[in-house]
Ligand binder design. Structure first.
Ligand code: FPP
Length: 236
């Protein structure tokens, strides 16, 4: 059975520009990431009112381990703080939080904190907030392929569930990337097969409810054909 989130939109966001946002102000990059957490709060709060049922955010890619140790430490520290301080607010707002990506390389205590936050917010039905940490879409697809082979092969729907993990989200409807960059950076490659792409110059720390509304208005003006035709036409 499909969950309550499936009848509403799935929006994915590549939150980009934290570092440049901070640098322009002469601040350390970590301050940009802190402001990025505020933006997460704003957008998660606004999302359900705009018809969004699932919001997937790219917080830390498998390739982000290549960043300077101090920045990785700052990001992990922020994530730890987020899990500790945000759970009560998420429960209050009816938001279910799940985290996807590898957990075995995360610093001590974080996998347990993720488990607690997921358990405490599991009853939320207004929004499914999914945060990608140590995530790589290619790695997820490869792991699914290995599992599928071990099962002697599976159909497309079962394979999709192996790729996405549980709870399986619907396909991405709209993928937003901030800060003027226009690429997918190994985020939700399977799930975004028919996603509409929206790129904005806005830096992630400045992104808010108004920007989300604008992106959704652009999305709603698009003609989604999923490989078909806009109007039914007589067979040639
Ligand atoms: C991209 O900006 C952003 C990230 C790599 C991390 C996003 C993280 C957050 C918004 C905060 C931490 C998340 C949680 C859930 C607590 P960038 O650093 O690549 O910016 P730049 O392209 O301007 O350098």
């Amino acid at each position: 059975m499909q969950s309550v989130f499936h009848s509403r939109l799935h929006v994915a966001v590549i939150m980009d520009g934290n570092g440049r946002w901070a640098a322009r102000r002469g601040w350390p990059r970590a301050r940009g990431h802190e402001a990025g957490v505020e933006a997460i709060r704003r957008v998660a709060e606004a999302a359900p009112e705009h018809g969004v049922g699932t919001l997937s955010l790219y917080a830390f890619s498998a390739d982000n381990w290549r960043r300077p140790k101090a920045e990785v430490r700052a990001l992990m520290g922020l994530f730890r703080l987020y899990l500790r301080t945000e759970t009560a607010r998420l429960v209050r707002d009816g938001i279910r939080l799940t985290v996807f990506g590898r957990r075995d390389r995360l610093p001590d205590g974080i996998p347990e904190a993720i488990g607690r936050a997921e358990a405490e917010t599991a009853g939320g039905t207004r929004l499914h907030l999914r945060i990608a940490v140590d995530y790589s879409a290619r790695a997820a697809i490869l792991a699914a392929a290995i599992q599928a082979r071990a099962c002697g092969g599976v159909g497309r729907e079962a394979f999709r569930r192996l790729v996405t993990g549980e709870p399986a989200p619907p396909d991405v409807d709209l993928l937003i990337r901030t800060s003027g960059e226009q690429r997918l950076s190994d985020f939700l490659l399977w799930e975004s097969a028919y996603a509409e792409l929206f790129f904005t110059e806005r830096m992630w720390p400045d992104f808010g409810a108004e920007d989300l509304a604008q992106a959704l208005a652009a999305f709603r003006a698009r003609d989604r054909r999923f490989g078909g035709l806009a109007e039914p036409v007589a067979a040639a």
